[in-house]
Design a protein around this ligand. Structure first.
Ligand code: SF4
Length: 214
């Protein structure tokens, strides 16, 4: 379950991004709302609603497709093998847990790790919008074709759009490959690396993170 422990983990994190008690309370209410959601059929087989990891206020929001088996079991996004790969790359670019908020297009595991159906993504969208408005990121990293398609409503394949910034309504969006895809095709690892590097540079350029020391 997403519960008090996770909120406490964030509360004890020494944050460079301002979080007050009201933000924490509001976010706690939001998590509760997600935990009680049964708006689509994905609620039927889930073990946990998988809402977030990282910081409740962060300059970077990372959005994937949906929880896998490990995430469903633990109630935390990106904790399996692909999450480990992602964390390695984020760490290498000096992006810490304090700097990002990670979530998915849908918060409950699609059976057999299939992609979420359009109606499931649509039902979950109000929760994602609410989460986005609470976190208030400036930069968004969209991981994988599904996250890109459902977030932007653009049907172009991820190979065509990855690595190029989209500026929309004052937000900076970077589409990239999903780490699970990179694990299946390691030739793509450098692309993911480059895209996260570009994201890190953008955060520094916008003065949301310190400059990288090279
Ligand atoms: S996937 Fe989203 S909309 Fe569907 S039950 Fe889970 S939280 Fe609710």
């Amino acid at each position: 379950m997403i519960d008090k422990d996770k909120i406490e983990r964030t509360e004890t994190t020494k944050s460079t991004h301002t979080i007050d008690e009201r933000d924490q309370e509001t976010f706690r209410d939001f998590v509760q709302l997600c935990n009680n959601c049964a708006a689509c059929e994905l609620s039927l087989q889930r073990q946990n609603v998988v809402v977030w990891r990282g910081n409740i206020k962060a300059p970077l929001m990372i959005i994937g497709e949906g929880p896998g088996a490990e995430e469903d079991q633990q109630g935390i996004p990106f904790v399996g093998r692909s999450g480990q790969l992602l964390d390695q790359i984020l760490n290498a670019w000096e992006i810490g847990e304090d700097d990002f908020h990670i979530c998915n297009i849908v918060k409950c595991r699609p059976p057999g790790n299939r992609a979420p159906k359009p109606e499931e993504a649509k039902k979950c969208r109000p929760l994602l919008t609410r989460q986005f408005n609470l976190v208030r990121p400036k930069v968004i990293l969209l991981m994988g074709a599904t996250a890109y398609k459902y977030f932007t409503h653009d049907d172009r394949g991820i190979t065509k759009v990855r690595g190029a910034w989209i500026e929309k309504a004052g937000f900076w969006i970077m589409p990239t490959f999903h780490p699970a895809y990179v694990l299946r095709d390691p030739r793509r690892k450098n692309d993911l690396w480059q895209d996260i590097g570009a994201t890190r540079k953008k955060l520094a350029e916008l003065k949301l993170l310190r400059e990288l020391i090279t």
